[in-house]
Write a protein that binds this ligand. Structure first.
Ligand code: CA2
Length: 144
């Protein structure tokens, strides 16, 4: 079983600013956490981060035929990107959307997600643990 874990714009800045919202740990710590979870669960994983919408679309397309599922935190593109929604629909792989913060408890514009329409679940407000939950959910779904 192989997963792609995709992170969107500015998530590479984790731990540098806004620790009250996103926590104190940095992006390298997030990737180490994801790899540890996947290693423990015998899941192959490829992790990517991009600040560019088109690159995220390319990465979703490249998952087709190479991965069994996708974990995605589209960051700010969550609230704007029909292109990411369409890419997820195009590859038709099981995908789970993750947010470190609880997007329902912040500014109203963060409540709406386009990619969520192509995802089997949206996990929010659980910090790093949300990625683990997403990975386990996909593992369960793919083992059925
Ligand atoms: O809670 C999440 O994971 C978000 O996807 C994070 C995005 C935000 O636009 C979404 O509404 C919710 C922002 C990621 C930016 O991360 C930063 C990290 C450190 C300092 C500033 C921003």
């Amino acid at each position: 079983m192989k997963l792609f874990v995709l992170n969107g714009p500015n998530l590479n800045m984790l731990g540098i600013r806004e620790p009250g919202i996103y926590g104190e740990r940095n992006f390298d710590a997030l990737i180490a956490y994801i790899k540890e979870v996947c290693n423990r669960e015998n899941i192959e994983v490829e992790c990517y981060q991009s600040n560019h919408e088109g690159v995220l679309v390319d990465l979703i397309q490249s998952a087709y035929g190479r991965a069994d599922g996708i974990v995605i935190n589209p960051a700010a593109y969550t609230h704007t990107s029909v292109a990411i929604l369409d890419a997820l629909k195009a590859v038709n792989l099981p995908a789970v959307e993750v947010h470190l913060s609880d997007i329902n408890e912040r500014e109203p514009f963060r409540r709406h997600s386009y990619p969520a329409m192509a995802c089997i679940a949206q996990i929010k407000g659980k910090g790093f643990a949300g990625y683990e939950e997403a990975i386990l959910l996909l593992k369960e779904r793919l083992s059925q």
